[in-house]
Design a protein around this ligand. Structure first.
Ligand SMILES: [Zn+2]
Length: 416
């Protein structure tokens, strides 16, 4: 099973917007750009919302059937390890093997020595086509990288083989992710990580390293854009070289996690993938849920009241809601409006404060981030939330489609 060159992970917290999301993908295809939709939902989201992986599969299949989509699509077991993978296996056909927690754990000495031995031919000046300066590779460097990453790659191998046993060869797409960690991986580290992945026999088609800078959920990139661009291009060059040097799938591509809303790096990413004629998987951060709130606010009446109630509860449960996401959000509490003030807003002000439009004077990224992690509040409302959504389906769907198409697909894959 080979994933197309361009693909996008579309998270949908409540599983209600599959059609609206696919609508954006179809719009792009009508304009000549085919992007494969991948519905992803992590164990963390499933447990907060009380859904399970089969719900994601049902949503994806239903959307595809309703809109007559005849292109490729996948359901992603997002960020899985051995302890939580079981319910994902039968219903998923894309697996994000998350081994970030194992970075820094040391593999056995013999295995490290064997890896260093295998990499002897890379020691010295390593010239990678597409990168101007040669990398100076010493045995110490290779050993250091092996000590840091080899064990994590071996762990990915265990998860991969667990899926393989049940699903069979070529029945799924494999991603290896190392993004949920503090330290970014350099292009040189990526090269040796790929060597280890090939060694482990994992046919990874996408790889999610941790890039330089902060990828906070639902808001723009924070970091040195020039540095990011340079490393991103080097990563692409490394991948092109690695798939020739090692037994890895030729279509291996980068996967950018929490990739939604990173507007300031979309142009560099787009230029880089064009320059290297590379593919890209971009995972959005579940911001479709925020478009639901925007739609409800604009709908007015019961929709607006519900959106305000969500904010009030999120505000008063700040610590509980933000805790599981502490490393991927940056909220200044003093910049949050008081719920009593929000209560007197009209729908437009609520929508403008939340919508990620940096030109709008009302836009407040703290408000946005708190609501982003506040989906638990809506989950606890249960049927009441879902029924209100359904009553305002049309306006909500319009915002979901527009967000994915205008602010994401167009900017990442299409603008010239
Ligand atoms: Zn991730």
């Amino acid at each position: 099973m080979i994933i197309n060159s361009y693909s996008m992970g579309i998270g949908d917290r409540f599983g209600q917007q599959g059609k609206a999301q696919l609508g954006a993908i179809i719009k792009a295809k009508e304009l000549g750009v085919e992007v494969t939709p991948v519905w992803n939902k992590s164990f963390r989201e499933h447990s907060i919302i009380h859904t399970d992986p089969s719900d994601t599969r049902a949503e994806a299949d239903a959307a595809v059937q309703a809109l007559g989509w005849d292109g490729q699509y996948f359901v992603d077991a997002d960020h899985v390890g051995l302890e939580i993978i079981d319910p994902f296996v039968p219903v998923s056909d894309f697996f994000t093997l998350d081994v970030a927690d194992f970075i820094g754990e040391k593999a056995g000495n013999q295995q490290i020595n064997a890896f260093v031995q295998k990499c002897q031919s890379c020691i010295g000046e390593l010239l990678i086509p597409g990168i101007d300066d040669a990398f100076h590779i010493t045995e110490e460097l290779v050993r250091h990288i092996a000590e840091k990453y080899l064990y994590a790659v071996q762990e990915a191998g265990k998860i991969y083989r667990r899926v393989l046993t049940e699903k069979g060869v070529d029945a799924f797409v494999t991603e290896v992710s190392m993004d949920e960690t503090d330290e970014p991986q350099s292009p040189v580290e990526l090269f040796f990580i790929l060597a280890a992945i090939a060694d482990e026999g994992i046919p990874a088609q996408t790889i999610a390293p941790k890039f330089t800078g902060r990828f906070n959920k639902g808001v723009d990139y924070v970091g040195d854009i020039a540095q990011f661009s340079k490393e991103f291009e080097q990563d692409l060059a490394v991948i092109q070289f690695a798939v020739k040097e090692f037994p890895l799938p030729g279509n291996l591509k980068l996967s950018v996690h929490s990739g939604s809303d990173k507007f300031s790096i979309y142009a560099p990413i787009r230029r880089a993938i064009k320059k290297f004629n590379a593919g890209l998987h971009i995972k959005t951060a579940g911001t479709t849920w925020l478009e639901e709130l925007i739609g409800l606010a604009e709908a007015g009446d019961d929709g607006l009241l519900l959106a305000k109630e969500v904010y009030r509860k999120a505000f008063y449960h700040f610590d509980e809601l933000t805790k599981p996401y502490a490393t991927v959000i940056d909220i200044d509490k003093s910049a949050l409006p008081a719920p009593d003030d929000v209560d007197v807003w009209d729908g437009r002000q609520y929508a403008e404060t939340l919508r990620h439009d940096q030109e709008n004077a009302h836009y407040n990224l703290h408000f946005r981030q708190l609501l982003h992690v506040g989906y638990k509040v809506a989950a606890e409302m249960g049927e009441r939330y879902l029924a209100t959504l359904q009553r305002h389906e049309e306006i909500v769907a319009k915002h979901v489609t527009e967000n994915i198409f205008e602010r994401h697909l167009k900017k990442i894959f299409m603008d010239s």
